[in-house]
Ligand binder design. Sequence first.
Ligand code: BES
Ligand code: ZN
Length: 602
Amino acid sequence: MTDIHSLSNPASVRVTTIALDLTADFDSHTLAGTAVLGITRVARGERVLVLDTRQLRIEKAEISETGEQFEDARFELGKDDPILGTPLSVQIGEGARFVRITYATNPAASGLQWLTREQTAGKRFPYVYSQSQAIHARSWIPCQDTPGVRVTYSARIHTPPEMAAVMSAANGRTGSETGDYRFELGHPIPSYLIALAIGDIHYQSVPGRSCHGVAGRSGVYAEPEVLGRAASEFEDMGRMLEACEELFGPYRWGVFDVLVLPPSFPFGGMENPMLTFATPTVLAGDKSLVSLVAHELAHSWSGNLVTNATWSDFWLNEGYTVYLERRILEHLYGKERAEMEAALGRQVLEREMAELPVGDQILQVDLAGRDPDDGATGVPYEKGYLFLLAIEQTFGRERFDRYLRAYFDKYSFQSITTEAALAYMREMLFDADPELAGKIPVEEWIHKAGIPASAPRVRSVLFERVDEAAKKWNAGATTEGMGTAEWSTQEWLRFLHEMPQGLGSAEMRRLDEAFHFTESGNDEILAEWLLMSVKTGYAAADAKLNAFLRTVGRRKFIKPIYEELAKSPAGRERALGIYAEARQGYHPIAQSSIESVLKLKR
Ligand code: BES
Ligand code: ZN
């Protein structure tokens, strides 16, 4: 299979190992050093290795048969593509088994965000972190940047001595005195899972069963100001990991840690192996947003162990992961919690789907000529989830679980296409029971727009109560007897979703006075409320909205708010004013999304 989002040539020569030696320079905002790539020849006689790069300054290419003595090699950067970057061709002759590239990153590398000290919690040290998914690894590592190619990797990272480096790999000798850090990951992973962060980063473990008599397997990394809060928020992580093993089989990655990033991190979470990256906006103080940890942890099976071969197969990563995530929630917190998350997911999917072009409503999406980040809609997540739920409900959980475990075993440490995944599903489930299989319109699920009529209904008993309360509230009832004191974050979100469109300022004030949404310490609730405030012109939330957009860079929160603002000329003016100041705090990925919303580009 070929990946249209890579310019490299793994079908001829394949990179199997990467050894990095990089120095971080916080003045020039560059990583500079070398990458030694171990290669194997797939096509006999192939003399050229082609790598993906984006805005890299290539100083030198060398080749070696042993990995010790290197000699200069001819290399050439090809034509630049606005989405895919620039192919780098290296003449590898007949016998070379290693290629060493000496290079430096661009200060505007799409896969790195360099933060000033003011943008951190402690304000003492600057910070840098990577975000490689989908095709940003090539902006900081010359590599075959396709999820179809897997590598083991090692790294030496040189940092200013007062800062610490962490990676998605086992942390070898720590360099806290010298700023010389070493990392190693022995399992083959796709390039989008190579990750690095450097800053005033400290560690605290969380409770959990010990591994071979050694201390627990889980902990959090964060700036000291955030560390304690993060450790208590994620206190159940050890138990979560144990639950996963019970459900899906052994955890293959050794430790599972979470790095809590500064608020500009553009995603909720990123499943970097051994070290999930997470937004601080999940630190709600009551563990109510830990489904994010469940999600990223679940990727240790679906995504990191069994990986989508191309970005059109992205639903294999995310759909399976949402399914596993909800199984974890059910196991740890009960059926009601999982049902609420599923019902919220369905509601959000339906709203988003109504606005999506039909081509983007398809599970195996066609991304020709597009940035794969465009494919990261709710469809691979929630429609993918519903597809798997339909199969689970049709064949029964026992059979489905057996299939899941077999799937993770059979394809562990491999990258697979939708076709391969479906073939295995047929073999393991459908062929054995054609009658049940007949109830699942696979073709429609995978290749047609919309949600099949036969899709499972997700019903939440708790939400039925919330909906009742919302109805009464909208009919003018007081808060008395609403039972909101016991409501969870999910119930509050549902309540807000159930408010009618076109609420006036007076109704917004009535809500705010009763429930203090503008002062909510829960960013998930706050983001929803701020969005409603823009829609309804509720000015009392203006100051909060300005502050939120200036500090938080999580795209899922800020993009809809900018979108809503951009709907009116006055709102767009306001958005431009906020963005002018907020821009430098946003990640390149978020900047690019906001700029297209505000029509500042293309
Ligand atoms: N792998 C994704 C994040 C991602 C997807 C980054 C595509 C770049 C391109 C991660 O596992 C994820 O899905 N994160 C979600 C949170 C999750 C709880 C649904 C997010 O960031 O919102
Ligand atoms: Zn995910």
